[in-house]
Design a protein around this ligand. Structure first.
Ligand SMILES: [Zn+2]
Ligand SMILES: [Zn+2]
Length: 148
């Protein structure tokens, strides 16, 4: 992958550029993520908030996540593409939807979370680290340091 990397929504009204490598990449199979992205899992990468610059209008929809934290899902108000997300429990990070990247081919998640609600028609990487639910804060720290 190259830094900086960029991406945005389908219509181009909401764009971002990130000046550092992602801290963590994973696929979340929780039901909320499935509904929010319209598919089997939400593929995201986490970056420190301060290295992400966002241009254009975004709208956030807040919902209570399985962990009890508020998850705010950011999308383009024009075309509806999911682009960004933030969680109240991790205020220093911003999640970027992998499919919104200008070049999504370098995205290589090696972690699957909420596998307890993964769909039978989904294929899970046999070599990924799997969490049946949300990783605990301690597990999250380990994933961050291993750049999972
Ligand atoms: Zn758009
Ligand atoms: Zn999820």
């Amino acid at each position: 992958m190259r830094v900086p990397f960029s991406g945005g929504c389908a219509c181009g009204a909401l764009r971002y550029e990130c000046s550092a490598e992602p801290m963590l990449s994973w696929k979340c199979h929780c039901r909320d993520c499935q509904r929010a992205c319209g598919s089997a899992f939400y593929a995201v990468l986490y970056v420190p908030k301060e290295v992400l610059s966002i241009t254009g209008e975004s709208k956030y929809y807040d919902m209570k996540g399985g962990s009890g934290a508020t998850v705010s899902r950011g999308f383009c108000p024009q075309c509806g593409s999911p682009v960004l997300a933030k969680a109240s429990g991790w205020p220093e990070f911003m999640a970027v939807c992998a499919a919104s990247l200008d070049d999504p081919s370098w995205f290589s998640p090696v972690v699957d979370i909420w596998t307890s609600s993964a769909q039978p028609w989904d294929y899970l990487n046999p070599h990924s680290s799997k969490y049946a639910r949300q990783p605990t804060p301690e597990e999250f720290q380990v994933l961050l340091t291993s750049r999972g």
